[in-house]
Design a protein around this ligand. Structure first.
Ligand SMILES: [Zn+2]
Length: 434
């Protein structure tokens, strides 16, 4: 049954009992995903206000961990900055509330992006020019999997929740507080360079290739850049290396958690398949490791990617932006015959939901439980209903709404009835015909 994301600040500022009546309006809601550590994001994103929050209109995430676990003790060399006020503890708040009695609570963690302390230099992402990518940990960072394995084990021991959703299990995208496309061309940390060399990847030649592609983008030769990116064998090997690295990170976190908490389960929050491959997420391999995943085919929001900021970064006038958009949709297989002007007005067509869910089903291990993320903010009620209907009609098993705090109050309950009725099995008739 359906789920909804809840941010830590929703619990801090509104409190579970104020939140409860809104969740109750959503008739098929069974799971509440509670954020335990935040990212550097405007809430809500990118515009609007937190309508029901009595304390703040807008909240900027600080990359901190909000939990009563002693990370400095079990991972002293690398750890996440912890919130200062011990009362800021979303899992304690939710577990002592009636929400925990009525809903399945799934803590939600961001893995590679946050405010880190300790040996960040030895575990962070480095781009192709040798620059550190701020606030991102490398999947191959030697301390990353141990830190998260121990943190999740400690969270299970402290709060008793056994299922976690792990998000940001990937390399950086181009978005964030400012657009940085170079973040995609990573990682060139010492460990990644050594591992790539071991696999026979010529790291120097790879850097040169990326420099060439960056130059084509800079001079407005977008189609040539796409062609080169899509066909160069060296690029293909690097993409595969990144996918193997992320898969290995997830496998290692699961292994470490399993040592002390054998019945804990980690579910995956992934990018839709059109984009996942470029960020290091390999559906067939990752779904061998976990029984459930969520992805977010938000059609109005470019499939969850910040498409507009990237196109506007490279395109200096309307004609250039149209050419950049054409190359972008070709690269990601998202060509719905739209112009950039149409995309800016409407996003992708709602068919994106069906297309991405079909791809997830095709690529995932048979039997994987698939949640289709449904955008629940910054859209009119009829559009939310349409998106939920499309998600239920697709190859996904269920939906997760994103998210409670950002959603306009008029949106709660709008998607009731979107789920198709369950067909009851035909019962054998009794001998006397009843
Ligand atoms: Zn690296």
């Amino acid at each position: 049954m359906a789920g909804i994301h809840l941010h830590h600040h929703d619990l801090f500022h509104e409190g579970p009992e104020a939140i409860r009546p809104y969740l109750a309006r959503m008739e098929d809601l069974t799971h509440v995903f509670v954020q335990v550590n935040d990212i550097f994001e405007r809430n809500p994103s990118p515009v609007g206000t937190l309508e029901r929050n009595p304390v703040e209109d807008v909240i900027h995430g600080a990359g901190r961990l909000y939990a009563d676990v002693d990370v400095a003790r079990f991972s002293p060399e690398l750890r996440q900055l912890v919130a200062e006020d011990p009362a800021d503890d979303p899992l304690a708040i939710v577990s002592t509330s009636t929400l925990a009695a009525d809903y399945e609570i799934v803590p939600w963690l961001n893995i590679t992006n946050g405010a880190w302390l300790g040996d960040v230099a030895g575990n962070g992402v480095v781009d192709y020019r040798g620059r550190d990518v701020d606030r991102w940990l490398c999947p191959n960072g030697p301390l990353v999997a141990p830190m998260w394995g121990r943190t999740i084990s400690a969270l299970v021991a402290r709060y008793g929740f056994r299922t976690f959703l792990i998000d940001r299990i990937r390399y950086p995208d181009w978005g964030g507080e400012r657009v940085q496309p170079a973040n995609l061309f990573s990682c060139f940390c010492a460990r990644c360079c050594a591992l790539m060399s071991d696999q026979g990847i010529d790291v120097g030649a790879l850097r040169q290739e990326m420099t060439r592609i960056a130059e084509l983008l800079r001079t407005g030769e977008f189609e040539a850049a796409r062609e080169r990116f899509g066909s160069e064998p060296l690029i293909r090997r690097w993409l595969l290396f990144r996918q193997q690295s992320v898969t290995r990170l997830v496998a290692e976190i699961i292994r470490i958690v399993g040592e002390s908490q054998p019945d804990a389960e980690l579910w995956l929050d992934l990018w839709p398949p059109s984009y996942s491959w470029i960020l290091g997420q390999d559906y067939p391999a990752l779904t061998e490791l976990s029984p459930r995943l969520k992805h977010f085919p938000y059609h109005r929001l470019g499939g969850g990617a910040d498409v507009q900021s990237l196109i506007d970064y490279f395109g200096r006038d309307d004609a250039e932006r149209e050419r950049a958009f054409a190359a972008f949709v070709r690269l990601f297989g998202l060509d719905y015959g739209q112009t950039y002007a149409q995309f800016r007005a409407d996003g992708f067509p709602i068919r994106l939901v069906e297309d991405q869910n079909r791809m997830v089903r095709e690529r995932s291990r048979p039997g994987t439980y698939i949640y289709s993320g449904v955008q629940m903010w910054n859209l009119p009620p009829e559009e939310l209903h349409r998106a939920a209907v499309a998600a239920y009609a697709s190859d996904a098993d269920d939906v997760i709404y994103y998210c409670y705090g950002w959603a306009g109050t008029e949106l709660f309950g709008v998607s009731n009835g979107a789920r198709p009725p369950l067909i009851s099995p035909t019962l054998p008739r009794a001998a006397d015909g009843r």
